[in-house]
Ligand binder design. Structure first.
Ligand code: TK8
Length: 365
């Protein structure tokens, strides 16, 4: 196994040198262990269904994700492993990697295309240069509730997107979620766009996110997630935005005392398989992977949602100053971000945006 990119976990201790800081790091990892234990993840649903017959060969699937072991994403991955191994009667072995051990989102996608990695589940955002329609997921405030996100992902729109993204050396087989994004920073409480003036905010490698933060008056810098902890710790950037569970599982709260519950963007994770791996598998196993990806997606979204509020509370208890916006304060952000839609509507496809808005209307009746 070759490690393409070390995660921020492995670079962090190396950046410090003295014995005291090493000891501090040891204490810190003990604390993180207990923090993980304190957060109860919902149990795995039972694995149902008969054993799937393959072609007599054994297969090994390397599945790498960007988030840490204490994320909902990794918990989903462990469930996927359990389903696939159990239902293939251990003819398929799933090897799991977290914290970008085998590369960040974009590197993992390239590794799938090259056939050096079998599976990954990136946020859709860094993939918009390959699949422009994914940019709908970057539009601010387009998904008012998780239920509407489900309707889009599990309905015609999301299923068509999986088909359309099954090209360029990739096979797209399911959706999980990263979730609703919240802003954190090291400087001060943010209650309105005016507070963002000049704030250096890390964004995903995605043009709409750059546009969002520029429009709000911040100073955005696109950066890989794997480099983010160190950049925050060293003050290269002042802030970042990610769901509560990602903030906590990546320990960003250790270096970001302020947070604002903006819910500005809903980010899905897309489950991808290398086309090379896919073609080697018998059809029965391809179907098993599809079924397991669907079950992982349902379970992971459940975990992510159950834990969202719980983790927000834990972050507060740990001393993070969290600003919850009033509807009027949210409306100020929404109003300021309206021009982003004008800029991107044509590029993304106005029809797609309208279809998603229509889903929200039906739901609110
Ligand atoms: C993890 C990433 C991450 C994303 C980001 O691989 O880059 O901020 O939100 O969670 O997909």
């Amino acid at each position: 196994m070759t490690t393409i990119t070390p995660s921020h976990r492995s670079t962090r201790p190396r950046a410090r040198s003295s014995l005291t800081t090493l000891m501090a790091a040891a204490v810190l990892s003990l604390t993180s262990l207990s923090a993980v234990a304190a957060t109860e993840m919902p149990p795995f649903p039972d694995v149902t269904g008969d054993v799937v017959k393959g072609d007599g060969n054994d297969y090994n699937i390397k599945f790498n994700i960007g988030l840490t072991q204490s994320s909902a994403q990794y918990r989903g991955l462990e469930y996927f492993k359990k389903i696939v191994e159990q239902r293939s009667d251990n003819h398929i072995k799933v090897q799991t990697f977290h914290s970008a051990q085998l590369g960040d989102d974009l590197q993992s996608v390239s590794a799938l295309q090259a056939g050096t990695l079998d599976m990954t589940a990136p946020s859709t955002s860094p993939m918009v240069s390959m699949f422009p329609q994914f940019a709908v997921f970057d539009l601010p405030f387009l998904f008012p509730t998780p239920e509407i996100a489900d309707k889009v992902l599990d309905g015609d729109i999301g299923q068509q997107m999986l088909k359309d993204a099954s090209t360029k050396g990739l096979v797209a087989i399911g959706w999980s979620e990263n979730g609703y994004r919240q802003l954190t920073n090291s400087e001060h409480a943010v209650t309105s766009p005016a507070d963002l003036d000049g704030l250096k905010v890390r964004t995903m490698q995605n043009p709409i996110h750059l546009d969002i933060w520029r429009t709000l008056g911040a100073n955005p810098t696109p950066m890989s997630f794997a480099e983010l902890f160190t950049a925050l710790e060293q003050g290269v950037v002042d802030g970042q935005e990610n769901p509560w569970i990602t903030i906590e599982s990546s320990k960003f709260n250790e270096v970001q005392p302020y947070a604002t519950e903006t819910n500005h963007v809903y980010t899905p994770f897309i489950t991808l398989v290398s086309e090379r791996t896919w073609k080697r598998l018998p059809e029965s196993y391809q179907q098993l992977l599809r079924d397991a990806a669907k079950q992982m997606g349902d379970y992971e979204r459940h975990v992510s949602r159950v834990m969202n509020d719980q983790i927000k509370q834990e972050l507060k208890d740990d001393g993070m100053k969290i600003t919850e916006l009033t509807p009027e304060q949210v409306a100020v952000f929404q109003k300021d971000l309206a021009p982003v839609y004008d800029d991107w509507r044509e590029k993304i496809g106005g029809d797609l945006i309208d279809r998603i808005r229509a889903e929200s209307k039906v739901d609110s009746k």
